[in-house]
Every structure is written in C-alpha cells, then in structure tokens.
Write a protein that binds this ligand. Structure first.
Ligand SMILES: C[S@@+](CC[C@H](N)C(=O)[O-])C[C@H]1O[C@@H](n2cnc3c(N)ncnc32)[C@H](O)[C@@H]1O
Length: 361
C-alpha cells in the first residue's frame, strides 16, 4: 500500500512478502454449483470493481485490513471488505486469520504494473456495453446474428469509436497487453528469410509489427487499422520513433480495401467477426497481394485451447457484439481456402495461438 493512516481497529502491520495460495475448497454439490454459476455476473462485477478501484495496486507486500485499503482507494471500509471477501472465495486475494488481506497469484494479475497484468483484459471483458448485450444471448442464439445494431443502433466498432471513447481505450490497452505478451512469440516463430516488407492488417497499435521490425532491421513495415486506432500507434512506429523510418501507417477499413503491397501479410485475431467481413478482408488481401505473397493468419482456436471456459465465453461475446465466432481449425481453413489462399503449415505460436501459413496463388 502506498499511504496508510492508522485506524483504531488495526494491529501493527507485519512486513512480510505474502502471496497466499487459496485453500482448496471442496467441490460444491451440483445444486450449489449451478446456483453459483447462475450468479456469475456477481463475480464479473466484483472483478471489475476491484480493477476499477485499483485495489490490487493499493495492496503491496504488507497484509492490510480493508479499512486501511479503503483509505487508499477512497471507498467505504465495510463494503470494500465485502467486495474482498467475495473475491477471496474465488482465489482473488486471500484473508489471513486476523482479517487482513494479502495477494494471491490471481490478485497480483489485477495490478497494472504486473508484467503479465490482466487489469485491462478484466475491464474489457466487463465493459458497460457487455452488460447490455448478455441478456440478449437468447435472441442471438435464436437468430445466429449480432444483437449490437438493435441494441445500440450501430455496429460494434462504430459504437466503440464514436460513442464509447473510454471503452475504446480500454479495448486498445487490453489488446496492447495481450499483443505485447504474444508479439515476442510471433516474432520468434515467423521466419522472415527472403521477406523485405511485412504488413500487419488490423494490427492494432502495432506491437506485433514493432517486434518483427526490431528483430529484422532490414525489413520495412506497414500497420493498417481503423483511423482511431492507428492514431494511437506504438510510439516506436510514429514520427520520431526509432522504427518510424521503416514504417508506413495506413488508416482504413480492411473490409473496404487493403492498399498495401508487401511480401508478408500478418492478420492476427481479427477474423473472428462475421463471415462477410472475413470474406471481404481475405478477398482484399488476395487482390492486393502479388502472386506468391505470404499471408499468415494467427488466431485462438476454440477446438485447440488450454482454456475452453475462457475461449467459449469469448466466442459467445463475439456472437453478441460482431456476429462473429472463434474458429475451429477446420472453419478457418475453409474460410482461407474459399478466399483462394493455399493453406500450408499450421503451427502453435504459444499455448493459445495458432499460425496458419498461406500463399497467394
Ligand atoms: C482483436 S483486435 C487484434 C489486434 C491485433 N491484431 C492483435 O492481435 O493484437 C482486432 C483489431 O481489428 C481492428 N479492426 C476492426 N475492424 C477493422 C476494420 N474494418 N479495418 C481494419 N481494422 C479493423 C480493431 O481496431 C482491432 O485493432
């Protein structure tokens, strides 16, 4: 904790580094488990509240009472204690026998400064708009399409960039966190022998591109994404950045046109939207690329993941917001082949991602 004013109910703080392992709770009987699952929104809301309040950032290596933390994060002490108690049930924070709170491995991941921080991912998964679309899952399952235009009067990305600036920033930061963590793996995997130019289409703020350019000093790079996203591109790629003289930034909609001619196109985690957008994007790549160009598609696969609960939840959210889906190996190969790409090797990038090596005929 950064600043703590002593309160009457505190005992002296021990100065110990403590990461508690949550006690193994016995598995509840099915009737209780189902009740817990039906109340899953409460857990998501509690994670969001803790992330927004920065409780994990406020708690350092010293066990602390809720009242002490409340002073730092500016809340009422009793409800903060209730929030922490709820989170402790899921192994996010732990309570000592004397009633102080300590970090667990999971609560540490809510800290913004943790090298593997999931703070922005946690916020992203629980953004305000998600609470408007989840109740309409039944409709989406009936119709098989997004409920976003009916709920918000426009498509998801339009809404995000025109009406939900804060959410758009959370999205960009969440993507950046996961990109920074996977960019190294992508740069490690991709052999750029014979490649002098690479483009990342829907490349977000350009972390994957920057990692590739850093590793390959003679390669030129192009970053394409929506205007609002590339405007906040990684500082290394923007004017004055150390990679800027090898970078072209292309703001635009890849479903309309991809005005980029390069040796290698990387498309990572964007073909999860509706099929028409996937078709148009792949068609635009095939039209823009010269014969023989390489196209590497990188995706999380729903049929080959260590985390089916997370991936299937994201799959449902994609149905709701963009009418999209996480791919299976087969569904992705079929979309790529339909677009006229020759699909080659499929290799794991890391535990969560797979790369599909393709060629333009
Ligand atoms: C899930 S993120 C993936 C970002 C990045 N490729 C990565 O793996 O970190 C999807 C990206 O697609 C971009 N995007 C969405 N619609 C787009 C469009 N029509 N044209 C270009 N990019 C788009 C989003 O702005 C976002 O950066």
């Amino acid at each position: 904790m950064t600043t703590v004013s002593p309160t009457p109910d505190t005992t002296p703080l021990k100065s110990t580094i403590t990461t508690a392992k949550p006690a193994e709770a016995p598995s509840p009987p099915p009737a209780m488990r189902l009740r817990e699952l039906a109340f899953g929104a409460a857990v998501a809301a509690a994670v969001r509240a803790a992330a927004r309040l920065r409780v994990a950032d406020a708690l350092d290596e010293t066990p602390a009472f809720a009242a002490e933390l409340a002073l730092v994060v500016d809340t009422e002490p009793a409800p903060l204690r209730r929030l922490l108690r709820a989170l402790c049930c899921y192994g996010i924070f732990s309570e000592t026998p004397e009633g102080k709170f300590v970090h667990t491995e999971m609560s540490r991941l809510l800290r913004e400064d943790d090298p593997n921080s999931l703070r922005y991912i946690s916020l992203w998964c629980t953004e305000p708009w998600t609470w408007d679309v989840w109740p309409r899952l039944e409709d989406a399952v009936r119709s098989g399409t997004t409920v976003f235009p009916e709920t918000f009067g426009k498509g998801f990305f339009e809404y995000l960039h025109q009406d939900a600036g804060e959410s758009a920033q959370v999205f960009n930061r969440a993507m950046t966190t996961s990109s920074v963590q996977s960019a190294r793996d992508v740069a490690e995997l991709l052999d750029l022998t014979g490649v002098s130019s690479v483009a990342d289409i829907g490349g977000g703020q350009g972390h994957v591109l920057a990692s590739l350019l850093e590793k390959h000093p003679s390669v030129q790079g192009t970053l394409m994404d929506l205007p609002g996203v590339v405007a906040r591109a990684d500082a290394r790629l923007r004017d004055g950045g150390e990679l800027a003289d090898r970078v072209r930034i292309v703001p635009g909609d890849c479903r309309e046109e991809i005005p980029v001619g390069v040796d290698l196109y990387v498309i990572k985690n964007i073909l999860e939207w509706d099929d028409e957008s996937t078709r148009r994007t792949l068609r635009n790549v095939v039209e823009a690329a010269r014969p023989g160009a390489r196209v590497v598609i990188i995706e999380n696969l729903v049929d080959d993941t260590p985390s089916m609960r997370f991936t299937t939840a994201m799959d449902l959210l994609l149905l709701l917001n963009v009418g999209g889906a996480k791919h299976t190996r087969e569904s992705l190969v079929s979309r790529l082949s339909e677009a006229g790409l020759r699909v080659g090797e499929i290799s794991p990038v890391n535990a969560y991602l797979h790369a599909f090596e393709c060629r333009v005929p």
